[in-house]
Write a protein that binds this ligand. Sequence first.
Ligand code: SF4
Length: 704
Amino acid sequence: MMVETKTTCPYCGVGCGVIASVAGDGAVSVRGDPEHPANFGRLCSKGSALAETLDLEGRLLYPEVFGKRVGWDEALDLVARKFSAAIAEHGPDSIAFYVSGQLLTEDYYVANKLMKGFIGSANIDTNSRLCMASSVAGHRRAFGADTVPGVYEDLEQADLVILTGSNLAWCHPVLYQRIAAAREKRPEMKVVLIDPRRTMTCDIADMHLGVRPDGDVALFNGLLAYLARTSALDDDFIRDHANGFAEALAAAQMGEADIPSLTGLSSEEIEAFYRLFETTEKVVTCYSQGVNQSSSGTNKVNAIINCHLATGRIGRPGTGPFSLTGQPNAMGGREVGGLANMLAAHMEIENPTHRERVRRFWNAPVIAEKPGLKAVDMFRAVADGRIKALWIMGTNPVVSMPDADGVADAIRNCPFVVVSDIMRDTDTTRYAHVLLPAAGWGEKDGTVTNSERRISRQRPFLDSPGEARADWRIIGGVATRMGFGKAFAYENPAEIFAEHAALSGFENEGERDFDIGGYTGISGADYNGLKPFQWPVPAQNTPLCPGGTFRFFGNGGFYTSDRKARFIAVQSAATERTNPDFPLVLNTGRIRDQWHTMTRTGKSARLSAHFAEPFAEINPADAKALGIADAALVRIASPYGEVHVRALITGRQSRSAVFVPMHWTDQFASRGRVDALVPSVTDSTSGQPALKHVAVSVEPYRAQ
Ligand code: SF4
C-alpha cells in the first residue's frame, strides 16, 4: 500500500509543493504537487531527486559529548549548564545562536524566544543573513516593514520581467519554468537579464546587460533620472502614496554622467533598457543574490524600488519589485524575528513598546534591549573571545561564511561549541564539543514561508532515525534545563504555531504600523490540514483563511506612520577592489543541481553528474593570457586564502572576472571552499556580506 503525504521542498525559496509516496517496502518517491500554487506540479532537478537523498549514510544519530555517544539528558544538561555558567560569569551577550533558513518557522520561533526573551540577548542570527538581509533592510526603509508586495503570478502577467542579479534558471528553476511557459503563450512578453555573466537564464532573455559588479545602483538611478526626463512618472502615485521623491531624484541625477563607466554598459544598451521600462506598463523587477550579496546591497534594493514607486508600478497585477529569497524558510525566519535586529511578528527591537509587548506576551523575565550581533560580527566576536558559548543549528559556516578559514579558527578556539545537525561529519561539526542529532526533511513537522509570503506545511512521512529530534524540541530541552521550562512546555509544533499567530495580534488593535505581522485569522486547531496561504491573515478571514493576503499596496497603505512609501536617496559609487596583485574579480554562486554545502544533494549520483567537482569559469581571452588550458587545475588566491579548482573556459564569463560555485566543502574537494577567499566586507545597513565581488589572482596550479 502506498501512503502519500503533501509536504514542501526543503531547498530554494520558491517553496514548491511535493507529494511524497512511501511504498509498503519503505521505498520513497516524490512528485510535484499539482495543487500547490507555487509550482502546480512542477519540480526542478533538485526537487525531483529528493528521494535519492534520504538514506542514513552519514547521519548523526545520537548525541555526542567530546566525541563520545551519550544520552540526551547528559548532552542537554551539559549545554544548559555551560550556557548558564557563561551568562552568570560574562553576561547574556557572551553566548550566541547561529541558526539557519533550513529551520522550520516553529524551530526559529522557539530559538528566538529563548535567546531574546529568556536569556535576554539578541545574539541570534541566521545564515539567511547571507541571502536576503539587504532586501529586508530595503523593504523596511521603503515600505516601513519587511514585505514582498507581489506574487508569483505577477511574473507571468508582466509584459517585461527584469531579472537582476538572479540566475533564475539554476537558482529558482520552477519560477524560470513559469516565466518560460508564460512567454510561450505571450511572445510579446520581454525578459531582460542584468548580470555580469551570460548565465543559462540568458536563454529566455531578449536583452542581456553584462553590468559591472556593483553597477546596479548607477543603472537604476539612471533609470529614475531618465523616467523623470521623459515624463514617464506617475505623479499621482508619487503625490498620494510616497515621500522623498525630490531627494531621491536629485541623488540619481547627480550620477548620470558616470553611468556608462560605473555600469560598463554602452550608451546604446542603457538607452534601450530605459526605453523598454518606460514604454512597458506591466513591469516586474526580480532580484536575488547578485543584488543582496553586496556592500551596497540595500542601496541597490532601494534604487530598484524607487523606480517602481516613481511609476506606480507596484501593487497591481504584473508589476512590482520582487525579492527572491534563496532558502526554503528565509521568509519564515523573518516573520518570527530570526534576525539579530528584529523581534517576532515583524516587531522592532529598537521600539520599547514592541519589546514590552513581546516580553509580556511571553511572560519573560527579560527581553533583549538592543540588536544583537549579525552573522559576520558574531563570528568576529567568537574570534576575539567575546562569545564564550556558541550554538550552531543546521548550517555549515566553516564553508559558507566569508573568511571561511578565519571562521574555522574562531570556532575551533571557542570555549564551548554546540552543533545540532542532521549530518555527523561536516566541516563545522568537527569543531563541536557537543553534537545534537536533528530530524531531517521527511521527518520534520512544521511550516515554511516562500518568497511570495506563502506559508506551507512540511509534513513528516518517515520516522526520525536513531535518537534524532525536532529542533524545537532540542531547544526546548535546553530552555527547560536553564530554568525556563514553563514557557517551553510545547507538546507539538501546532502549539508553537498557534502561539506565534496569537503573538502577531497581541495588543495590536488599531496600531496601523504593526498590523503587517497578523496571523490572527489562523489558529493551530487545524494545523495539519493547513493549505498553503499567504500572510498576513487578518482576523476577519477566520477560521482558516484559504488565501490570506494576495498582493500588497494596490492603493498605497504602506506600513509607515503616514501610510506612505519612502523614496530613498541612494548614490552610486565605484567599488574597485582589484589591484595588480589580485587583478580579477571573483563572483561566487550556485549551480543547478547542488544545494548549499551538498550535505544532501551530494548524496545523489544523478545530481553530482551535472558537475562532479568544483570549477572556475574563465573567459577565453583571460585563459589565454594566463596560460590556462580548459579543464586544467588552477590556483585562485586572495589575501585570505586559496582554492584549487578546474578551469572551465567559456564565453559566458565576462573578461577580467571568474566565477566559482560555493557548494564544495573540504569533504568533497580538497581546497574547494571558495568562501575562504572572501573578505568579511558587509553592507553597512544590512550586514550582508559581499560574496560576489572579491579581488583574486588566477594562475595554473603547480604542485609545491
Ligand atoms: Fe525545490 Fe526550489 Fe526546485 Fe522548487 S524550484 S523543486 S523549491 S529546489
